[in-house]
Design a binder for this molecule. Structure first.
Ligand code: DX5
Ligand code: ZN
Length: 220
């Protein structure tokens, strides 16, 4: 693994009435994770490109947009325009994943593919050499604060092994139920970009929690 262990707080768990302050509170993280939910692909609604633009204006960190939407082919351009540094779509919802990867790359941004718990690792294998990030969901997408699904650990390891076989090194991101008790297992399985929503925002001292997650994940 060549990429460093990195922490991405999910602002889905932030206080939306104080989103600016809650962004400032995670300035020591490596990324900001931006969860887009459309009330259709998942049974919940969050925020769209308009608020992403404001988030990008506020934070100096790179932002990865996780699109939990039924029609990613139709909306990725909105998130590119809103200045997402990396755009991740769900493979289960994609009409033409290769075309979307091309379009995201043409804009100069990174492309990510997410897979839900019921989608096997093999589904992303055809894309491993062409994308900057694979997101292995460790909960069913839709809500923050759910429990980490341990049965996803072998899937993370399968994705890591498949990358190693072809000499690819995309970020391997995990999302859902990441906290001090689970982050080590995810990292040991091969993940290096660790999303934590309630795991960060549920802590009184967010900077301390980010440092703690990183230290535990690094096995220090
Ligand atoms: C879940 C979202 C996650 C969510 C994670 O559908 O994609 O990013 O914010 O929340 P926690 O870390 O609380 O499980
Ligand atoms: Zn997410």
């Amino acid at each position: 693994m060549t990429k460093p262990i990195s922490i991405a707080p999910s602002i889905l768990s932030a206080d939306f009435m104080g989103l600016g302050a809650d962004l400032d509170a995670v300035a020591t993280a490596d990324w900001v994770h931006y969860d887009v939910m459309d009330g259709h692909f998942v049974p919940n609604l969050s925020f769209g490109p308009g608020i992403l633009k404001q988030v990008k204006a506020r934070t100096a960190l790179p932002v990865d947009a996780h699109l939990m939407v039924s029609n990613p082919d139709d909306v990725i351009d909105d998130y590119i325009k809103a200045r997402a540094d990396l755009v991740t779509f769900h493979l289960e919802a994609a009409r033409d994943a290769a075309e979307m990867i091309g379009r995201i790359h043409a804009s100069g941004r990174g492309a990510g593919i997410a897979i839900s718990p019921d989608t096997p690792a093999e589904a992303v294998f055809p894309y491993l050499a062409d994308i900057e990030l694979i997101l292995v969901m460790t909960v069913y997408p839709g809500f923050g604060g759910q429990s980490f699904i341990d049965a996803m650990l072998p899937k993370i390891a399968q994705v890591r092994a498949a990358c190693d076989r072809i000499g690819a090194d995309p970020w391997i991101q995990v999302d859902g139920g990441i906290g001090p008790d689970t982050v080590r297992r995810a990292a040991d399985a091969g993940a290096n970009l660790l999303v934590a929503g309630s795991g960060v925002y549920g802590a009184r001292d967010r900077a301390a929690r980010i440092a703690e997650l990183k230290r535990i994940a690094e096995g220090a």
